[in-house]
Design a protein around this ligand. Structure first.
Ligand SMILES: *Cc1c(COP(=O)(O)O)cnc(C)c1O
Length: 225
């Protein structure tokens, strides 16, 4: 199967209003170009320097690519992507917010971010625990971050074959998102980024409006980052 074909098949399955982020991490620019020529415009990467290099390469050819940063972002790497990044998916600390604010202001722009919610069973240093997100949002002095726009939430489900568990986790994040909107802690119609190659159909059924799909489009990665 070609990348163009994979994209076509995948897009047939998607409901209207679900935005597909093609996760091109570890893949060469030739693969991204193939997806571009097949009509795709939104790509996600999880390494700041790799994202910067790919953006630089394509900025000379095309003007309409949207670049998302999807994984854990180290504070000292924000500067590499701040000039151009369209959405940072995984903000989970005030330290990171501060750095994004600083670099966004330096570049005279506003940067959209998603707050990462930790709901999966696996131990992880990343993401604000589901039951702490509301109080965390309330504790942040948002006036200090005028150049950061919180567009919604992002999460990853447990890596399990138990479909019911994955569904329960996505449902919890969707409910939290609805609750935060009602409480005026999140803007109306927020982005809900959840679902990857293995679980995007479940995520969409649970209300995801953004999915991050890599291997199902580009094939397996040679090394897992
Ligand atoms: C790699 C990655 C994806 C895509 O994973 P696939 O299983 O290849 O679809 C999605 N989200 C994040 C945060 C990732 O790091």
């Amino acid at each position: 199967m070609s990348i163009a074909n994979n994209l076509k098949e995948l897009k047939k399955e998607l409901k209207e209003g679900v935005k597909l982020i093609a996760v091109s991490k570890t893949k060469p620019v030739e693969d991204i170009n193939e997806a571009y020529l097949a009509g795709h415009r939104v790509f996600g990467e999880n390494k700041a320097l790799e994202l910067r290099d790919k953006q630089e390469y394509f900025s000379k050819m095309y003007e309409d690519i949207e670049w998302h940063f999807i994984g854990h972002l180290q504070t000292n790497k924000v500067k590499y992507i701040a000039p151009f990044v369209d959405l940072i998916h995984a903000v989970d600390s005030e330290k990171l917010l501060k750095e994004i604010q600083k670099r966004a202001a330096q570049n005279s722009r506003s940067i959209a971010v998603l707050l990462q919610v930790h709901v999966a069973e696996e131990e992880s240093k990343f993401g604000v625990p589901l039951d702490e997100l509301e109080s965390w949002i309330k504790s942040v002095e948002w006036d200090r971050y005028p150049n950061v726009e919180v567009a919604g939430l992002m999460t990853m489900a447990t890596n399990t074959s138990n479909q019911k568990q994955i569904e329960t986790e996505f449902e919890k994040v969707k409910s939290l998102s609805d609750h935060l909107v009602k409480s005026d802690l999140l803007k109306e119609n927020p982005v809900l980024s959840m679902g990857m190659s293995g679980d995007y159909p479940i995520a969409i059924n649970c209300g995801a409006n953004m999915i991050r799909v890599g291997s199902k489009i580009f094939g397996n990665r040679n090394y897992d980052l």
